[in-house]
Design a protein around this ligand. Structure first.
Ligand SMILES: *Cc1c(COP(=O)(O)O)cnc(C)c1O
Length: 373
């Protein structure tokens, strides 16, 4: 039996190291010097990993990545602001729901979900939305595995004087952003994607001047300005911090640095993805997204014509073997996603490929032979 009960080839939660899980196994008082030091350390580490300067501040929150996106949108926009959401997938669509619920003034530019940004269309939308002050987008849409050109978007935002709010939850720690761009104002991230921490802790990385500007709050528990103020003044969270998850993230970040940081993790993920794709290609599966819009994080695959594969049965077959992949949520019906983030090895990918081989050879057996075997 493999040492991991489940091997998660998903967009999250992801596999974590034993040391990370063990780091969570102790009690801590939230007002203890250890807890106060831990919060400060994690905030500094996030700024350090982002490679941004002292004009940025990392504000931690309890909850999954969505909490950070919601906190970012509803804390930073005033009643006079107008947000343009670039929607090309499930996670940018979620931003729309957030704006509806909090009555945030917004418009949407809907783009096809299976490809990255068309900057020409975005520029036209900015021109057609004279009210626009802010733009929100997702760096890597994990729903289909599509990378968006945030650098290109940043240049447009610079040119039109807009502020950018980015969901970098699935890329933070592996793919960089240009934090020196004047338009970039806030970024949402979480502990349990490329940082390999436990789920339940998220951050909004924001410019200090933006955090210091008062906006009447739309929310109590997700008000990152209030959270930042409390942490900056006395080092303590406004509400109970997820201390065990924080201890685990500290361990995960130590491992991240020991393993060589962002470039090393990017290299590792690239190797894993290449290994996965060549193996899947041999078994008769191809990526559904053009390679120029893919990133070494998660990929949508579909059976080639002639490859026998019923996706529902496949999921069940793999799940029974502790191998977890996800179906695609929309657009590409007869397909599935395989992620390579988290604590996985080439051996884990080989085990997944072997299970795929077993499943497809079974499916390919003529019914009569199956009957007699
Ligand atoms: C994982 C993820 C989120 C957060 O989703 P949760 O369900 O809150 O964990 C948001 N955006 C992207 C792009 C993600 O990959």
């Amino acid at each position: 039996m493999h040492s991991k009960e489940f091997r998660l080839f998903t967009p999250g939660p992801l596999n974590t190291s034993m040391q990370v899980r063990e780091a969570a196994g102790r009690d801590l008082g939230s007002r203890s010097p250890t807890a106060i030091h831990l919060s400060a350390q994690l905030r500094e580490e996030i700024v350090h990993i982002a490679e941004c300067d002292e004009s940025w501040s990392a504000v931690p929150l309890s909850g999954s990545g969505t909490f950070a996106v919601e906190a970012m949108l509803c804390s930073l926009l005033s009643a006079d602001d107008h947000l343009l959401i670039i929607e090309n997938g499930v996670y940018s669509a979620r931003m729309l729901d957030i704006c509806h619920i909090h009555s945030i003034s917004h418009s949407v530019l809907k783009l096809p979900p299976h490809q990255g940004f068309d900057l020409g269309l975005i520029e036209r939308a900015i021109k057609q939305t004279p009210l626009v002050t802010h733009i929100a987008a997702v760096h890597f849409e994990t729903a289909l595995g599509v990378i968006n050109d945030i650098d290109g978007l940043t240049q447009l935002a610079n040119a039109y004087g807009c502020q950018l709010l980015i969901d970098a939850i699935s890329t933070f720690g592996v793919l960089p952003l240009d934090y020196s761009a004047p338009s970039l104002c806030a970024v949402a991230l979480s502990a349990n994607k490329c940082l390999h921490g436990l789920p339940g802790l998220a951050f909004v990385l924001a410019r200090k001047d933006v955090l210091a500007t008062y906006v009447p709050p739309r929310t109590l528990s997700l008000d990152i300005k209030a959270h930042a103020k409390a942490l900056d003044s006395h080092g303590q969270w406004l509400f109970t911090p997820p201390l065990q998850i924080m201890l685990a993230l500290k361990q995960a970040i130590d491992e991240y640095h020991q393993q060589g940081g962002r470039h090393a993790r990017h290299h590792l993920y690239t190797q894993r993805m290449a290994h996965l794709l060549s193996g899947m290609e041999r078994l008769g599966f191809s990526p559904m997204i053009e390679l120029k819009f893919c990133a070494p994080l998660i990929v949508t695959l579909a059976p080639n014509p002639g490859t026998q594969c019923e996706i529902d049965k496949l999921n069940e077959f793999l799940f029974q073997r502790g191998l977890v992949i996800y179906p695609t949520k929309h657009w590409a019906v007869n397909s599935f996603r395989i992620g390579i983030m988290g604590e996985l090895s080439i051996q884990d990918i080989d085990d997944l490929l072997a299970a795929f081989a077993e499943f497809t050879s079974q499916s390919a057996t003529p019914p009569l032979l199956k009957f007699f075997s």
